[in-house]
Design a protein around this ligand. Structure first.
Ligand code: AMP
Ligand code: ZN
Length: 439
């Protein structure tokens, strides 16, 4: 008889047992952390002794970590194993300098694949399925992360990678793909390509399940994708610092995403007061790895805003659910699945002669695709100069931005003094995309 759960032992743990397991695992993690130069120092500064941990709440004696913590130096200082035990490195989307690096041992990769398999199986993926992974392979975690999970289930995996739309559609038809993993904004765009090819994704493919993640999206976009593709679309949340995908995932009820609490300790905090918010209230997600060997992360501030559902799910899993991600507490934005910080744009612009004193980033959905437009004031004398010079400047800005942020923006040069300078903190990013307008 086919099993109903991928890992019933973990998935069906009652609440008290989840918390007991968390405490046991947290103790182990903290003992391991004592071997890492970074954590040894952190513990010393906070006068924190891992042996004295009596409850999960005792962890709050430690300060938070965040992207800054990770960026500030050699990532190897977080390791609790010798470097020779590390078998893989991943980094967050975005370029070096902004990206964060995470090291994994073979056991870590195995545990990660197990979590992703659990997610996929929960929504009905089986060994008879054909899984087309349309996420970028490489340092980005969405490719290999899902790949290993799907193989673990025994599905036939097509490592399609991202882009190349017509070929994606061709692959779906040739191999009778039943399950896809795709960035929601790209899934929306792909509908246009189907139309151009005279095909209807709902009737001309065998698709039945889609996993959508890596960027914020609305419930209405999900429904639109479900209708157009004739699939059930499940929200998938993860971040490189916590492996990548497999952190939180929707079950068939599609009411929030279960955080696998045997592997991650979840805190939801008020981003100003840095205190826990009451159950059900929105706050910033803070996560601790409970089952990572190579590079544990403690109290990592994700900057992602969501709430945890106070009541248990109808599916019988006691692992708490988080809502859709509502926004971020920093100024990072995501275009075509790539993380971008306004500072990156600013740094590039400051380095180019002829650029004036103000700029603005406008994000929009144009013909179902993310569009990033950078409006740049040019220096006064240049504005009245030759058109050819302006063109040259524009091209240079596009090229240098593309290298820095890995996305090709539209660049519009504007007259000095025409962009809103604003009092105090200028509004650098205007997000007019669908999800930003709210549901
Ligand atoms: P990366 O580490 O490059 O994979 O980026 C991780 C970030 O992507 C998260 O911190 C979120 O801001 C965003 N993200 C990932 N999955 C989702 C999702 N399902 N919904 C909204 N945002 C997401
Ligand atoms: Zn559920």
């Amino acid at each position: 008889m086919e099993r109903e759960f991928w890992n019933p032992e973990m998935e069906l743990l009652p609440r008290e047992e989840i918390e007991a397991l968390q405490l046991r695992r947290l103790r182990e993690v903290l003992q391991r952390c004592d071997r890492s130069p970074f954590y040894r120092e952190l513990f010393r500064e906070a006068s924190f002794s891992p042996e004295k941990l009596n409850s999960l709440a005792d962890l709050r004696a430690l300060p938070f970590t965040d992207k800054e913590t990770l960026r500030g130096g050699d990532p190897a200082r977080f390791l609790t194993v010798p470097l020779e035990d590390i078998v893989r490195v991943h980094s967050s989307s975005g370029t070096t300098g902004q990206a964060t690096v995470v090291f994994h041992t073979a056991r870590d990769i195995d545990a990660w694949a197990e979590l992703v398999a659990r997610c996929m199986y929960m929504t009905g993926v089986r060994s008879t399925d054909v899984f087309q992974n349309m996420m970028g392979y490489g340092l980005f975690t969405g490719g290999l992360g899902f790949h290993y999970g799907a193989e673990r289930i025994g599905a036939l995996v097509i490592p399609a990678g991202s882009g190349n739309s017509r070929r994606q559609i061709q692959l779906m038809r040739d191999f009778h793909t039943t399950v896809i993993h795709v960035i929601p904004s790209y899934a929306l765009y792909l509908l246009e390509v189907f139309r151009e090819m005279g095909l209807d994704p709902a009737s001309d493919t065998d698709l039945r399940i889609a996993f959508i993640g890596a960027e914020p999206h609305t419930e209405s976009l999900r429904r639109r994708l479900e209708e157009s593709y004739g699939v059930k679309a499940y929200n998938s949340y993860g971040l490189t610092e916590m492996n990548g995908p497999g952190v939180a995932f929707e079950c068939p009820f599609q009411e929030g995403m279960h955080v696998w609490e045997d592997s991650f300790l979840l805190e939801v905090i008020d981003p100003e007061r840095l205190e826990p918010v009451p159950p059900g209230e929105e706050g910033e997600l803070v996560l601790t790895t409970l089952n990572r060997e190579g590079m544990p992360l403690l109290r990592y501030r994700t900057r992602d805003l969501a709430f945890a559902y106070p009541e248990p799910c109808r599916c019988g899993r006691a692992h708490r659910r988080i809502s859709r991600i509502k926004g971020r507490t920093d100024d990072m934005f995501i275009v075509k699945g790539v993380n971008i910080f306004p500072m990156q744009v600013e740094r590039v612009l400051l380095g180019i002669l002829g650029v004036g004193s103000n700029y603005q980033i406008v994000l929009d959905t144009v013909e179902s695709r993310d569009e990033m437009r950078v409006m740049v004031e040019v220096a006064g004398d240049l504005w009245h100069g030759e058109v050819r010079e302006l063109n040259r400047l524009r091209k240079r800005i596009v090229e240098e931005l593309r290298q820095e942020i890995l996305v090709t923006p539209l660049v519009e040069l504007v007259e000095p003094g025409t962009l809103p300078a604003g009092e105090g903190k200028a509004v650098r990013v205007m997000d007019r995309r669908e999800y930003a307008r709210g549901d």
